[in-house]
Ligand binder design. Structure first.
Ligand SMILES: Nc1ncnc2c1ncn2[C@@H]1O[C@H](COP(=O)(O)OP(=O)(O)OP(=O)(O)O)[C@@H](O)[C@H]1O
Ligand SMILES: [Mg+2]
Length: 221
């Protein structure tokens, strides 16, 4: 029998958190701390990246759409070339997203179905921007830091100029808007030590919520 692909709603009773934040705020760092405590972490950025890695699942469709010139010799997406194209041509961005987004959704849903651990954390950098994630997660967790911290971290990590980092930040929702949308916030302006108690507290809260969700509604307090 033909069935449609898995969707996130295939797992309606599993407690799920959407973790977001601006570039360089510490999403990956915080997600690792939750994973170390047993949460199932699904990183949509990593999924997107693997789709366009050498011989990634999206590569045949991308080469068919944009031509072999957009693949590197080892069969990955030529990111610099694609970035230049989509900056100069909005329709190219739409075509790129038309290929990538359904595949990211499908791979994310497939990962969610096999996730173990007491609850799932989806890392979604553009969660607020995307519009469709809010209704798929019980809580939105924002990782927050000052804009100056973001700039300093991304300059150090990626070797970009301050101007380049600020240009990326300008394409994301504002810090204020993200905080308005968030149910939970982790502040990440200080060192890793300052993260641990915040992660511990939320992990315990999410464990409680996940346990509560596992009880049928009629028996909940
Ligand atoms: N509390 C911290 N103290 C010191 N360095 C940190 C801290 N949090 C994050 N960093 C560093 O800052 C950089 C950005 O952190 P991280 O990669 O976790 O952010 P991110 O939000 O996942 O970024 P991106 O949006 O690019 O995926 C990394 O080099 C990381 O090691
Ligand atoms: Mg990251």
């Amino acid at each position: 029998m033909e069935t449609s692909g898995p969707t996130l709603s295939s797992h309606p009773h599993r407690f799920a958190v959407g973790l977001t934040g601006g570039i360089g705020c510490g999403k990956s760092t915080v997600a690792d701390l939750f994973a170390a405590r047993g949460a199932a972490v699904i990183d949509t950025d990593q999924i997107a990246h693997s789709l366009t890695a050498p011989h990634g699942a999206a590569m045949p469709a991308l080469v068919a759409e944009f031509g072999p010139g957009y693949a590197t010799p080892d069969g990955a997406l030529d990111r610099a070339k694609m970035r230049a194209l989509v900056f100069s041509d909005p329709s190219a961005r739409a075509r790129l997203e038309g290929i990538l987004h359904p595949r990211i959704r499908e791979a994310t849903a497939a990962a969610a179905l096999i996730a173990d651990g007491p609850y799932t954390i989806f890392v979604v950098p553009l969660l607020i921007e995307s519009g469709t994630w809010r209704e798929r997660v019980a809580r939105v967790l924002a990782i927050d830091c000052s804009e100056d911290t973001q700039v300093a971290r991304v300059m150090a990590r990626n070797g970009l100029s301050e101007e380049q980092v600020r240009a990326i930040m300008a394409a994301q929702v504002t810090r204020t808007r993200r905080l308005e949308e968030a149910d939970d916030v982790i502040l990440n302006d200080a060192g890793i030590d300052a993260l641990l108690p915040q992660v511990e507290r939320l992990h315990r809260f999410y464990l409680d919520e996940a346990a509560r969700l596992a009880v049928p509604p009629s028996q909940r307090l």
